[in-house]
Design a protein around this ligand. Structure first.
Ligand SMILES: Cc1ncc(C[n+]2csc(CCOP(=O)(O)OP(=O)(O)O)c2C)c(N)n1
Ligand code: SF4
Ligand SMILES: [Mg+2]
Length: 284
């Protein structure tokens, strides 16, 4: 499969020149092509923001939901049709702020979906307010004296909740980004990929150069199956570790659903008893 299959041809892309989102879009296309998943079996779900526009620029099925609400429909879509590859993609504000509650409970449920978060440490679309991952002291037109809160740590939260796959990568290294995205999509269970992404227009602190200086790769001796060391790794915020931070093989949400215990056929393929459904709706 070639990457160009996912191109939408001549379309307007509403991202600023130099934005890290372009590198993510190209990496996503390459990985989908490499994995050779039929396009009709791929569904993207996103919320609101610059990052959340990514599925609009891909030739796949997608559902664009409310701000911070990508994970519930992604979980639902995967549950009724487990054959699909479901990818929920949005920004740090959308996933960790407005969608923070869904982020937590989606990790607990462990649906077999991939969660890609473009972490530019700012609200890009609304022109530069602080996001949950903005650094302490980060100045914005709203936080005029600098952010007074410690940044939210998505990786530490995910490891603490026993997420089944937790990884971080960076738009400055497309090869690494592709490797991590591929592993995440192939992983069975919820897979978080936090992608450090520069916002060239509204974050003049966490630039491409800054990310290069403040990241390092976990080495080959690192064991992502050890939860205690994964938690220590996730807590490192001065220099962000890049790579697979944590991985386990706990049962997925779909596997645990009663409707699939005796009958493995996906819900989407089953005959529905409309009469029974109507009775149920009328009763309540
Ligand atoms: C309920 C609701 N609250 C607020 C907004 C305004 N809003 C739109 S995008 C956004 C933040 C997006 O930030 P992020 O998810 O980090 O995406 P980025 O634009 O940085 O890629 C906000 C606050 C909205 N659209 N809906
Ligand atoms: S505002 Fe920032 S995140 Fe949004 S497109 Fe421009 S550079 Fe990218
Ligand atoms: Mg953002």
């Amino acid at each position: 499969m070639t990457k160009s299959l996912f191109d939408r041809g001549k379309i307007d892309i509403a991202w600023c020149p130099g934005c890290g989102n372009y590198a993510i879009l190209e990496a996503v296309k390459s990985v989908l092509a490499d994995l050779a998943i039929p396009q009709k079996h791929i569904v993207f779900v996103s919320g609101i923001g610059q990052a959340a526009k990514l599925p609009q620029y891909l030739k796949v099925h997608y559902f664009n939901g409310l701000h911070g609400r990508a994970l519930p429909p992604a979980t639902g879509i995967k549950s009724v049709n487990p054959k699909l590859t479901v990818i929920a993609e949005s920004g740090d504000g959308d996933m960790y702020g407005e969608g923070g509650n869904h982020f937590i409970h989606c990790i607990r449920r462990n649906p077999d979906i991939t969660n890609i978060v473009h972490n530019n440490m700012v609200y890009g679309l609304t022109k530069g307010q602080a996001s949950p991952t903005s650094s302490l002291g980060f100045h914005t037109p709203i936080q005029v004296n600098g952010v007074i809160l410690e940044p939210f740590n998505p990786l530490a939260i995910a490891v603490a909740l026993d997420a089944s796959f937790v990884a971080r990568t960076f738009t400055g290294d497309p090869t690494h980004m592709q490797k991590i995205l591929k592993l995440a999509i192939q992983h069975k269970g919820y897979a978080l990929v936090d992608i450090l992404q520069p916002c060239v227009s509204f974050n003049k602190i966490n630039t491409l150069h800054w990310f290069k200086e403040h990241t390092y790769y976990v080495d080959s001796s690192y064991n992502p199956r050890n939860r205690s060391s994964a938690f220590s790794k996730a807590l490192e915020m001065d220099h962000f570790p890049l790579g697979v931070i944590f991985q386990n093989n706990r049962p997925t949400f779909e596997e645990q659903l009663l409707v699939y215990k005796k009958n493995k056929n996906s819900l989407i393929t089953r005959q529905h008893d409309i009469k029974k459904l109507q009775e149920l709706l009328l009763e309540n």
